[in-house]
Ligand binder design. Structure first.
Ligand code: ADP
Ligand code: TZD
Length: 580
């Protein structure tokens, strides 16, 4: 049997010997590497252990996790940060299912990723004869992915990987599932035929130019505005059209509002930021230009009390079917954000009407009033420390270290951090996104640390942290510059609920009181801090950043602070009978 190797140049092949061979394992790795994908986030086991091993041997970075969901979240955020699909590798059935939540979350958030899972024997799976880890993975993945493919023959691996890459990043990005049966990985073919079967994807995410008419229409609507507003979503952050977006905002003079993950696209202390007057501008504006943001629940579906009087929307998006999804859109501009914003900029010269002083003054007045109110709240130093006094410290630390990536999840921890911590650089705030999902914390932190090579601070509710907490071992294993701050208030939302039955179990939202999360990281050689005052928290954070190593700060927060569901109280149905 000929030795199985990676691709070998035909010239170097001795003529008399059997041709050099390659196999499915090598071809999968070669196909990804050929397309510039150099990192695998995954968890090994049958049938992909050798795939991970070989990937590392061939120079890929292989980051091995403790649970596939976290590997998937790391891959998804890597995709968001780099515009290249993040790769997640799992075993069959249960490993695949563990990764599937991350794939679905990536699709929901428009993050490009590829979930590659090994799968069991098709003949046995399809007859339901009870194979090891039997599952019809392709069909299960399909509704949760932008696309799903299975490769059955080694000679099709190149095409399968090319299709997966293209599907993940072109148009509206999303999660793609790639099913690799165990048998495929062991299939052999000549190295030369294998090399020829690989595909280098050309122009994976082609620019999509908006039609000139759509641009004209949008400019006309914008010109007619008395109280215009620009709303930036994470699609705008993803598009990496940072300079053009900033130019559009500044040249037009229009107040803008960043959605959570678009914070920092322009620095949050920019004079035109209307973040501190959010409710006011949403209700009072008459023309709103959405750039890479959907009118979903996060924006009250574009209607109702939040939005006040009827208004006209301009929407820039790459997906034509997003338009009119919730309310009528007066001026859709379909294309990639870079091209759309450039086309709009061409139509905004010095003669373009600036928003009137009455509108800008009203926005600024509201903004300053709210900022003063917030400053007064943040200046307080209650004992025990509460969300605000702890977040004041984090706000200052991020201001002093603007290139830090902030990962954020929880309920109150999320809502307060979003509004208190200013961001100064694009794509530095990563959070629960479109689903409001808990569990992205450590996966996103690891993905961001690996991709940026820079400091990450993960600001975590104690409940939120628990979903991915075991990955502190992963963070320690790879010595990543991640500082986790657990906002420890003894429970989900708060730690004060009582068991209404009077029984000995604690209430469903309550955890072990006074838990020492800092001890968790020490078990793996990381550094733990216990902080119960803003001064202690500040010292710990500064040391963590100077160290650039794995750190967990257990930040003790008043267990009575915060509200149930954070700011989503309106979405939280309560039993009428339960209310006293
Ligand atoms: P947010 O939650 O920040 O409001 P959403 O995730 O709801 O943002 O919206 C992102 C939107 O951006 C999606 O509708 C998506 O189709 C769009 N999008 C993503 N990338 C691009 C791009 N490069 N060009 C244009 N639109 C994009
Ligand atoms: N499960 C998943 C996967 N996502 C969710 N969003 C929830 C459960 C429900 N949930 C929230 O929406 S927030 C939250 C849960 C469990 C945790 C809130 O508690 P916390 O944060 O300790 O993380 P605060 O700051 O103490 O409120």
């Amino acid at each position: 049997m000929a030795e199985v190797v990676g691709h070998i140049d035909a010239e170097t092949m001795p003529e008399t010997e059997a041709p050099a061979m390659t196999d499915g394992f090598h071809l999968v790795i070669d196909a990804f590497k050929l397309n510039g994908i150099e990192t695998i986030y995954g968890l090994p086991g049958i049938p992909v252990t050798d795939l991970a091993r070989l990937a590392q041997a061939r120079g890929m970075r292989v980051i091995s996790f403790r649970h596939e969901q976290n590997a998937g979240n790391a891959a998804a955020i890597a995709g968001y940060l780099t515009q290249k699909p993040g790769l997640c590798l799992t075993v069959s059935a249960p490993g695949f299912l563990n990764g599937l939540t991350a794939l679905a979350n990536a699709t929901t958030n428009c993050f490009p990723m590829i979930l590659v899972s090994g799968s069991s024997e098709r003949e046995i799976v399809d007859l339901q004869q009870g194979d090891y880890e039997e599952m019809d993975q392709l069909n299960i993945a399909r509704p949760h992915a932008k696309a799903a493919f299975r490769v059955l023959h080694a000679e099709d691996i190149g095409i399968g990987v090319a299709r997966a890459i293209r599907a993940a990043v072109s148009g509206r990005p999303g999660g793609v599932y790639l099913d690799l049966p165990a048998k495929l990985l062991a299939q052999t073919m000549t190295a030369e035929a294998g090399r020829r079967s690989l595909v280098r994807v050309v122009d994976a995410a082609p620019r999509q130019l908006p039609s000139p008419q759509s641009v004209e229409r949008a400019l006309a609507v914008l010109k007619s505005a008395k109280r215009p507003l620009i709303l930036l979503g994470k699609g705008a952050a993803y598009s990496q059209a940072d300079a053009a977006i900033r130019a559009l905002v500044e040249r037009s003079g229009i107040p803008y509002l960043p959605m959570s993950m678009a914070k920092g696209l322009l620095p949050d202390d920019h004079a035109q930021s209307a973040s501190a007057a959010r409710s006011f501008v949403l209700a009072e504006s008459d023309v709103v230009m959405l750039i890479g943001a959907r009118l979903n629940w996060l924006l009250s579906h574009g209607k109702g009390k939040t939005w006040g009087a009827p208004k006209q929307f301009i929407q820039i998006d790459i997906s034509p079917t997003e338009i009119d999804s919730n309310v009528a859109i007066a001026a859709p501009v379909i294309g990639d954000i870079g091209s759309c914003v450039a086309a709009l900029l061409d139509g905004i010269d010095a003669s373009f009407p600036k928003p009137g002083a009455a509108w800008l003054d009203a926005v600024n007045e509201r903004k300053n009033k709210n900022l003063e109110k917030m400053a007064a709240t943040l200046a307080k130093d209650p004992t025990p420390m509460n969300f605000h006094s702890a977040l004041r410290v984090l706000r200052d630390v991020v201001k002093a270290n603007p290139s830090v990536t902030v990962v954020n999840e929880g309920a109150n921890t999320l809502d307060f951090a979003r509004s208190i911590i200013d961001m100064y650089e694009p794509r530095k705030r990563l959070d629960c996104g479109t689903w409001g999902i808990m569990g992205i914390g450590m996966g996103f932190a690891i993905g961001a640390a690996v991709e940026t090579g820079k400091q990450v601070i993960a600001i975590e509710g104690d409940s939120a942290f628990g979903f991915s907490g075991m990955e502190v071992e992963t963070i320690c294993r790879y010595r990543l510059p991640v500082c986790i701050v657990v906002f420890n208030n003894n429970g989900v939302y708060r730690g004060t609920d009582q068991n209404p039955s009077g029984g000995s179990d604690v209430a469903p939202t309550v955890f072990v009181k006074g838990a020492r999360y800092d001890k968790l990281i020490e078990a793996f050689g990381g550094r733990g801090y216990h902080a119960s005052t803003p001064a202690e928290l500040e010292r710990a954070l500064r040391e963590a950043i100077a160290l650039g190593e794995p750190v967990l700060i257990n930040a003790v927060i008043d267990e009575a602070a915060g509200t149930e569901s954070g700011r989503l109280t309106n979405l939280n149905p309560q039993s009428a009978a339960h209310k006293k």
